[in-house]
Ligand binder design. Structure first.
Ligand code: GCB
Length: 585
């Protein structure tokens, strides 16, 4: 009997009985005169459900009691991915449902307030119980969700929160995956099945980001949207819209524009309108000012398993390199990372988790609906961020098909509809003459691996390939183009002269070939270059990956390989030079 690949039969959505319940959240919790925050981060109790269909927890209703009463538990930090915490291989590679719980108290003062539970990200689908009662459900691993929980809380005794998280990826999840079953195959252990991924990073899972309670008054601000209508020197006209929850007839809304020092610059009233303000400063990347043009350069950083020291280190390294942009490949990053991009002047192309849409079934109607819902969640989370200059709806889908064209025409137009102020793109790995989706984007991103996956070892072919490619893409599209990936796997410390694949010398030579071509095109229609990758990262096990993807210019510990110095010299010389004009745009 051979290997068979079938779609996961215990669909996560069925198992959790979640079809439509989704409480997306747009305003990040911030303490104020009227809002208090209580963190639920820290060590939780944890157990993976290793039963054959990973459904014992639900059939035995583990959420009714403390997890420690229904079986063994281990301590698990929240936020984190559970995979790399223990030395248990079975847990690292686990596919199915894991359970978390912990106890907490809330102040009796909160009894009169709205209490909201917010989970910034749990991968992939979650059901949340408070004191044994189902409270929240969410599908999707990279965006926040929240809900009111006051009615479930005890104010005079301890509370328990239990969260079940299923990391199974199916053809109907974003990103999609399949489960390969080898049931009744004597060459495999009984019941053997394995998660098959359609993308190139480890499917880290668990409660990745912060879990918090916060309070609001009974009448509260639910959402705010701010767009800049016009700016003349330092006079700006801002358009705003405020959504109020539980508004009553007597509810009034006052709006103030406040600068960083807390000084009120302008004010208005009403739930929407325009405000004119003086002393406005346009947000610029730290590498640019008004005399510079928008050429962007750089890379991807890590977005899973929220880690403040790592975030700080990454932004230090971005600035050390002189990089001014990143794409959130291939899923939305933590809000704390986005805050740093806003604060520190780093441009972001904000990408959805739609990576690896390769099979026809991934483009079905159900997925299309879900994909637009994810875009809504992403846009509502990040719409007010000055650093976000564009939305990327997907990375490397099968864009050379008519079904992808129909699907993405819809997703791209939908995204433009919910945010008419920003360009929308997707990242293509197709050829210029085969791609059927690029015609719908505002600018086009392409990933290219000449001298690596193609003509491996032959850096002398890079210049001709790349020039040919860029010329033809531009001829067809007549719009700005960005190379969002180019790179070579490099094991730190490996050297060979003349260069050889996987050595630091090869990565340096390889990148220099690309840069020579970019320099010819960046005064024309090429609007950005992003090396793949900022740092090495973990992937599934495969014969092409040596403990992960090694295309980082930094190691996974964020130390430079030789190529990092090549990029540092390049980026800083661009910062210090008079910036090119895009003649053809
Ligand atoms: C790609 C993918 C990225 C991979 C990269 C590689 O085209 O977008 O996720 O990691 O290639 O190194 O193969």
């Amino acid at each position: 009997m051979g290997k068979s690949t079938v779609y996961v039969c215990f669909s996560i959505l069925l198992m959790f009985n979640i079809y439509s319940s989704c409480h997306s959240s747009s305003l990040y919790p911030r303490p104020s005169e009227t809002r208090q925050i209580q963190e639920l981060n820290g060590m939780w109790n944890f157990r993976a459900d290793f039963s054959p269909n990973s459904d014992r927890g639900f059939t035995e209703k583990w959420f009714r009691f403390p997890l420690s009463k229904t079986g063994p538990v281990i301590p698990m930090p929240v936020p984190s991915s559970f995979n790399d915490i223990t030395t248990d291989k079975k847990l690292r590679d686990f596919t199915g449902i894991v359970w978390y719980d912990r106890e907490f108290y809330v102040s009796p003062d909160w009894q009169m307030k709205r209490v909201v539970l917010r989970i910034d990200s749990a991968h992939y689908a979650s059901v949340v119980y408070v004191n044994g009662k189902p409270t929240l459900e969410h599908i999707g691993g990279h965006l926040p969700f929240e809900g009111e929980i006051a009615t479930f809380l005890n104010f005079d005794k301890v509370n328990r929160i239990t969260i079940a998280v299923n990391n199974t990826l199916t053809p109907y999840t974003l990103p999609p995956g399949t489960i390969s079953h080898h049931k009744n195959d004597p060459r495999y252990p009984p019941g053997y099945s394995v998660q098959v991924l359609q993308f190139d990073f480890f499917n880290y899972a668990g409660i990745h980001r912060q879990v918090r309670l916060y309070t609001t008054p009974a009448v509260y601000i639910n959402d705010i949207t701010v767009t800049t209508l016009n700016i003349q020197e330092t006079n700006a006209i801002l358009k705003y819209a405020v959504k109020v929850g539980n508004a009553t007839q007597g509810t009034t809304i006052s709006v103030e524009v406040v600068n960083k020092e807390g000084m009120v610059l302008a004010s208005s009233s009403g739930d929407s309108g325009n405000i004119e303000t003086k002393a406005a400063h346009l947000w610029w990347p730290y590498t640019m000012n008004t005399t510079h043009y928008g050429y962007l350069y750089t890379l991807k950083i890590r977005g899973k398993g929220l880690d403040f020291p790592l975030i700080a280190r990454d932004f230090n390294m971005l600035k050390w390199l002189g990089a001014n942009c990143f794409r959130t490949s291939h899923y939305p990053y933590a809000e704390e990372i986005m805050d740093q991009a806003d604060e520190q002047g780093i441009v972001v192309i904000d990408e959805s988790p739609a990576v690896g849409l390769k099979m026809k079934v991934n483009f079905c109607k159900k997925n299309l609906e879900y994909h637009t819902r994810v875009m809504t969640e992403l846009v509502s989370r990040d719409k007010n961020r000055p650093s976000v200059i564009a939305w990327s709806v997907a990375n490397e889908p099968k864009s050379d098909t008519d079904y992808a064209a129909d699907y993405f025409q819809h997703v791209i137009n939908y995204t433009k509809g919910i945010d008419p102020t920003r360009p929308v793109t997707f990242v293509s790995s197709s050829d210029y003459d085969k791609d059927q989706v690029a015609k719908y984007t505002d600018f086009q991103c392409i990933n290219r691996y000449y001298g690596w996956y193609q003509d491996t070892g032959h850096t002398e072919t890079i210049a001709t390939h790349l020039s040919y490619d860029l010329d033809h893409w531009y001829k067809v599209l007549q719009k700005p183009i960005m190379v969002t990936e180019y790179g070579a796997d490099t094991v730190p410390g490996l050297h060979a002269e003349p260069s050889f694949v996987f050595t630091e010398d090869y990565q340096v030579e390889f990148l220099k070939q690309y840069h020579a071509v970019f320099d010819k095109y960046r005064t024309r229609f090429l609007v950005g270059e992003m090396v793949w990758n900022f740092a090495d990262f973990m992937t599934d096990q495969s014969v092409t990956r040596v403990l992960g993807n090694k295309k980082g210019i930094l190691t996974r510990q964020r130390q430079p390989k030789a190529a990092a110095y090549v990029l540092q010299t390049r980026y800083w010389s661009m910062i210090n030079a008079t910036t090119p004009v895009h003649d053809e745009l």
